[in-house]
Design a protein around this ligand. Structure first.
Ligand SMILES: NC(=O)N[C@@H](CC(=O)O)C(=O)O
Ligand SMILES: [Zn+2]
Ligand SMILES: [Zn+2]
Length: 345
C-alpha cells in the first residue's frame, strides 16, 4: 500500500507551553491535527477556569494563519481546586478534562496532589457531571524504583480511586507498561488509555546504551522491550479504549543536555510519519485511523473530524528539520532512529 486516507487526527495529550515556545511549536501540531488536549502544567499552572480561558486565547492567537485547530483545555488539579469552578468550566464548554499530577511526578508537578482524599470533593463533582480525569499515573515514593512507578500507581492509587468512585471517567495518560495495558483491558467501563508515539518506538535502551541520550528521556520513562510490544499490540488492535496522546513535550536543548535534564520528547513534527511506519510494521495500517482519529473523540464524547488526511509512502526518506528553532532556543525533534518514508500530503 502506498497511500492511505484517514480522518484528520487529534492529539489527546499535548504540551504547547507558552510565550516564545508556544509561538514556535504550535504550527507543528496545527499543521496535521484538528484538535488537541492541552496540558496545564505551565509555570504557574492552569488551575482555574479563568486561567484556562486566558491560556486558550494565547493559544488561538498563536495558531498560524490558515490552520484550523481547536485547543481542548484542561485544568491542573490541586488540593484546593474549587468544584464549582470546575463545573462552571465544563458547562461553558471550555474545559474538556481535569489533569491529576501526583505532586513531584513530572515536569512542573510540585503543585499537584499529595493527598487524594483532599481532591475527593472535586473528583466526586466530576463523576456527577461526566467530566474526565486525565492521570499521570506514577507514584512518587522514593522507595519505588522509577521503572516500577506506573505499575505501583495502578495497584495502590488507581484501583483505590476506581473502587471509591466507579462513575468517574479516567484516562490513563501515556501508558508505558504491559501492566497498564492489561489493567485497561480488564476494566469494563470508564477507563481508557492514551499512548505516545515514542513509546511505540523506543525502549529503555534508547536512553542508556552507548551513552546517555537525553532526548529519549521522558516520564514515564521508557521501559523494557516487552512493554513496548504490549503497547504496540494495544495501539494497533483497534480497541476503542486506546488512542493517540503524543505527549509531545518541548524543552529547549540546554534544559535537556545538562547534568539534570528535563523529561520530555518533542514528537509533534514527525508523529504521523512515525505512526504510519509503526502501523505498517504491525500490518495494521487499516487500524491507524481508529487510533489517531476515531477512538479519542468517542471517548471524550466529541464528533469525529470531517476533514481527511492522506499519507503517502515515498521511495526516498522524508526530510524534516532535526530542530525547531524558537526565540528561547532550539528544540530537538524526536529521532526514531530509522528513516521515515510516510509523508503527510
Ligand atoms: N512527559 C514528559 O516527560 N514531560 C512532560 C510532563 C508529563 O507529561 O509527564 C512535560 O511537561 O515536559
Ligand atoms: Zn505525564
Ligand atoms: Zn505530558
Amino acid at each position: 500500500m502506498n497511500s492511505i486516507t484517514i480522518r484528520r487526527p487529534d492529539d489527546w495529550h499535548l504540551h504547547l507551553r507558552d510565550g516564545a515556545v508556544l509561538a514556535s511549536v504550535i504550527g507543528d501540531t496545527s499543521r496535521h491535527f484538528a484538535r488537541a488536549i492541552i496540558m496545564p502544567n505551565l509555570v504557574p499552572p492552569v488551575v482555574t477556569t479563568a486561567d484556562a480561558k486566558a491560556y486558550r486565547e494565547r493559544i488561538i492567537a498563536a495558531i498560524p494563519k490558515g490552520d484550523r485547530f481547536e485547543p481542548l483545555m484542561t485544568l491542573y488539579l490541586t488540593e484546593h481546586t474549587d468544584p464549582d469552578d470546575v463545573e462552571e468550566g465544563k458547562k461553558s464548554g471550555l474545559i474538556t478534562a481535569v489533569k491529576l499530577y501526583p505532586a513531584g511526578a513530572t515536569t512542573n508537578s510540585h503543585g499537584g496532589v499529595r493527598d487524594m482524599e483532599k481532591a475527593m470533593p472535586v473528583l466526586e463533582r466530576m463523576a456527577k457531571i461526566g467530566l474526565t480525569l486525565c492521570v499521570h499515573g506514577e507514584v512518587t515514593t522514593p522507595e519505588v524504583d522509577i521503572f516500577d512507578r506506573e505499575a505501583v500507581f495502578i495497584e495502590e492509587k488507581l484501583e483505590w480511586l476506581r473502587r471509591r468512585l466507579p462513575e468517574l471517567k479516567i484516562t490513563m495518560e501515556h501508558v508505558t507498561t504491559k501492566e497498564g495495558v492489561d489493567y485497561i483491558l480488564a476494566a469494563d467501563s470508564n477507563l481508557a488509555g492514551s499512548i505516545t508515539t515514542h513509546h511505540l518506538i523506543i525502549n529503555r535502551n534508547a536512553i542508556l546504551v552507548g551513552g546517555i541520550r537525553p532526548h529519549y528521556y521522558c516520564l514515564p520513562v521508557a521501559k523494557r522491550e516487552h512493554h513496548r510490544q504490549a503497547l504496540r499490540r494495544a495501539a494497533t488492535s483497534g480497541d476503542a479504549r486506546f488512542f493517540l496522546g503524543t505527549d509531545s513535550a518541548p524543552h529547549v536543548d540546554p534544559l535537556k543536555e545538562c547534568a539534570c535534564g528535563c523529561a520530555g520528547v518533542y514528537t509533534a513534527p514527525n508523529t504521523m510519519s512515525c505512526l504510519a511506519h509503526v502501523f505498517e510494521e504491525e500490518n495494521a495500517l487499516d487500524r491507524l485511523e481508529a487510533f489517531t482519529s476515531l477512538n479519542g473523540p468517542a471517548w471524550y464524547g466529541l464528533p469525529v473530524n470531517e476533514e481527511t488526511m492522506v499519507l503517502e509512502k515515498q521511495e526516498q526518506p522524508i526530510v524534516y528539520p532535526g530542530k525547531c528553532e524558537t526565540e528561547a532556543g532550539a528544540i530537538t525533534v524526536f529521532d526514531p532512529m530509522f528513516p521515515l518514508h510516510w509523508r503527510v500530503r
